[in-house]
Write a protein that binds this ligand. Sequence first.
Ligand code: SAH
Length: 414
Amino acid sequence: MATIILKSKEDIRIRRGHPWIYDNEIARVEGEPEPGGEVEVRDARGLHVGYAFFNPNSKIRARVYSRTAKKADEEFFVRAFEAAWKWRTFCFGEPAIERRMSLRLVYGEADSVPGLIVDGFVGATGTEGLWLSVQFLSLGVEMRKAEILKALRSVFNPDGIAERSDAPVRALEGLPESVGVLWGSVPERIVIEENGALFEIDLLGGQKTGWFLDQRANRATAAKYVSRAQWADSPNKAIGARVLDMFCNQGGFSVLAAKAGAASVLAVDSSHDALALLRKNAALNSVSDRITIVEANAFDYLRDLEKMGQRFDLIILDPPAFAKNRAALDGARRGYKELNLRAMHLLERGGVLVTFSCSHWFSPEMFDAVLADAAFDSNRRLRILEERTQDLDHPILSGYDESRYLKCRIVQVV
Ligand code: SAH
């Protein structure tokens, strides 16, 4: 097996749990590793660090998949998937065990399979079955597709497997985008159940893997605040909460808020396709009469709402990742500030803001600072009610900050 020798001290970060080895951290390569092949990683003194996938065409030259397992073969993947499943049944208990719950089954590096994302979607009444939506985001897993498919089938026994390798990060690994059915059959539409509501999703055409599973618990939590909006100094207290769901996608937050008794939900997104699914989801849950759907750019529309003198009791702000790298941080700061400032203007005194940032580059400290700045500029005070993150099927690995990406702050504007 070819060997990568790290420069002095470059093993520390890896030994603390970070699985990526950058090109400039390598002192030398012994042997001739194949692109995507397995290599042993050693520190500057020659001591074993782990085994990794090698990619000569990526800045991330190697990704550690194990400290002890030499070969990443079918058996390796079976063991990794079983371990990932065991962890999810530990976290979610019965619903997961009985396979009634749609879950992220494999979360890449955080589940020891660098670059592999597997979401499992369980069809509710009428579309029973289990379908997997998979992203191959590193050369190592791309080259082992056949073994991975076999292992997925033997561990999860799905009815079909869809590939959603249309993420831009594929280009950084030297890979083209690829979408399609990899195995079995995948229905055009599947209806899943989440938090007691039904959602129709499109595995091959929706954004990312078809549905954002990481927000499951946050959607339920946001819905809880619908009834508490009665504490807001709202002139229409008796009528019920007016909710704004900005960046609503297919309505995960909107539908739950409406089901929780919101008087009205204004759902805004720039994606026509996502909104078409939201319309169906509202109907599926019999809440169409209380959800108003608007296709618009969030930045423009927030300004329009302010001009129109609109007010809300609960606002959800779930924008896409503004900072995709360190260089984008300043722009991201401005973007988050603008959105949160506008939202604070639109909230009734006592109203609640559920606000997110999903780029790991934008640290919790940066996000909190932006919220404090926005509060200052809007002449409001914030009471921080909850600090939350992604749901448990997206495990956070100590030492690997990329897995600590979603920040959620629930604040009351007083
Ligand atoms: N809240 C959603 C997930 C949001 S993902 C859920 O619970 O599932 C981010 C969403 O922002 C996507 O649906 C995308 O279409 C939308 N989006 C991206 N840029 C936008 C913009 N400038 N204005 C409005 N929507 C935007």
